[in-house]
Design a protein around this ligand. Structure first.
Ligand SMILES: Cc1cc2nc3c(=O)[nH]c(=O)nc-3n(C[C@H](O)[C@H](O)[C@H](O)COP(=O)(O)OP(=O)(O)OC[C@H]3O[C@@H](n4cnc5c(N)ncnc54)[C@H](O)[C@@H]3O)c2cc1C
Length: 422
């Protein structure tokens, strides 16, 4: 395949991994970013989980009932506020339509397959670049305060093992041995441990990978907001993108623009991605204190990860438009749930953050070509963009090169008809 000039727009974890893979294939790559630095959007302070086992769409059979109950509970992790846009209503309608067992199973398989590919691709990237990011390979542990019925545990283990995940049920004493910081006043009924899942700091990874590529010829331009597209005379092919003061011409363009993708491309195509807000709280903590690994509390849905000398708590899902306001009360809820498991966190130096997950209604990201020639998408990774990033970048590079992929590209296509048939 001959080298081409490719512009990647958006320097989150998806854009930077995409730029890395395309540059490694010999293309002349320019990466454009609206903010002053890479990883300043949703990739900044996410949960840090690299977890194939927990990759699953939101759209599942019980969701409509949970969402209705949440409307009357201010503490519920889920929250919805209409933003007055037609796109949000359409998205909710489509999400609802996928809340059945068959669609859940299809989309979960797609996400897990891509996550497993990603795991291999991430290992290759790390071996090639030596980038460090507080990587921890001790697995992910889901703890249960009430015993789930044994047939449910058995079914879940079988499912995970069928996917190829190294998953096991741990009795309470083994959970406590693995997480000695767990408070003795909290009842632990057991834990599901996935040994081959991992965690790591997404922002550090993005910064490290970007620096490695810049040193080898990747052109990175920050403070550049792409605001218009220039199509050829027939309106079929994308020739250039423009910011307020500059213009970039290329053979191909990849939009890795996260939650901004739908707005940016609205005049040309419908991209079903809406923002779903979540929060994180990061605190410095000596290594022997608090969480040792990556722990999900099944009761509160709190996700906790040890990132070197820090502990990060993440959770909540709010469909509230593009509002990035950090709601202190929601962050305090995360801290409260953590305290019920591990005891209080230090007051000083808590970093509160809100991020917008770029979510598709079926949970599966959109990766590949679009109706406009030369315009490719790598966006909509929702809850698991860090987990799916390296595999998504590889898939996109395969699609651009028109060569076979390790996963079926149609399953991630923008075209709903292709997605349905894949
Ligand atoms: C609370 C929370 C916890 C999470 N936890 C996890 C987890 O544990 N594991 C996991 O795998 N995932 C997790 N995620 C999801 C993950 O963070 C996202 O899926 C991922 O960061 C999305 O990456 P992205 O590159 O698509 O988006 P972003 O990181 O938002 O990057 C998009 C970039 O495009 C730029 N951009 C947008 N428009 C333009 C334009 N017009 N011109 C130029 N640049 C533009 C933006 O400035 C931005 O930097 C979590 C998310 C949240 C909110």
């Amino acid at each position: 395949m001959h080298a081409r000039k490719i512009v990647v727009i958006g320097a989150g974890v998806i854009g930077v991994t995409t730029a890395h893979v395309l540059r490694a294939e010999g293309h002349d790559v320019t990466l454009l970013e609206a903010s002053p630095a890479a990883a300043s959007g949703t990739s900044l302070a996410n949960g840090g989980y690299l977890s194939a086992a927990f990759c699953a769409p939101w759209a599942m059979p019980g969701l409509p009932m949970q969402a209705c109950t949440a409307l009357f509970n201010r503490q519920a992790p889920f929250r919805w506020r209409p933003d007055g846009s037609l796109s949000q209503l359409r998205w909710l309608r489509d999400l609802w339509a996928h809340c059945n067992a068959a669609d859940f199973s299809t989309h979960r398989q797609r996400m897990v397959r891509l996550a497993l590919l990603s795991r291999v691709c991430l290992q290759d990237v790390v071996a090639q670049t030596g980038v460090s990011f507080d990587f921890q390979s001790s697995g992910v542990l889901q703890i249960f305060r009430q015993s789930p019925p044994s047939q449910i545990v058995e079914k879940r283990l079988q499912e995970l093992q069928a996917f190829g995940c190294d998953a096991h049920w741990y009795e309470p004493h083994l959970v406590r041995a693995m997480e000695p910081g767990l408070s003795h006043s909290v009842r632990i009924a057991g834990g599901l441990h996935v040994r081959d899942d991992a965690s790591g700091d997404c922002e550090r990874f993005v910064q490290g990978l970007l620096a490695w590529n810049q040193a080898r010829g990747l052109l990175f331009e920050s403070n550049v907001r792409v605001d218009s597209l220039e199509l050829d005379a027939r309106g079929e092919r994308l020739c250039a993108v423009r910011s307020r003061s500059q213009r970039w011409q290329a053979d191909a363009f990849v939009f890795a623009t996260g939650v901004d993708t739908a707005r940016l491309l609205r005049p040309y195509m419908r991209v079903p991605i809406v923002p779903v807000k979540g929060y994180s709280v990061t605190v410095s903590l000596a290594h022997r204190d608090g969480t040792q690994g990556a722990v999900i509390d099944d009761t509160s849905k709190l996700a906790i990860a040890r990132l070197g000398q820090r502990v990060r708590l993440t959770g909540m899902a709010e469909v509230v438009g593009h509002d990035r306001y950090i709601n202190n009360a929601r962050c305090q809820q995360l801290v409260h749930h953590y305290a019920s498991l591990y005891g209080p966190l230090p007051e000083e130096g808590r970093q509160l953050w809100a991020g917008l997950r770029p979510m598709t209604p079926d949970g599966t990201p959109i990766i590949g070509a679009t109706p406009v020639q030369g315009l490719y998408l790598n966006a909509g990774h929702g809850t698991y963009g860090w987990t799916l990033a390296c595999g998504s970048a590889q898939l996109l590079a395969d699609v651009i090169a028109q060569r076979p992929c390790a996963v079926s590209p149609d399953a991630y296509a923008l075209d709903p008809a292709l997605r349905a048939l894949a």
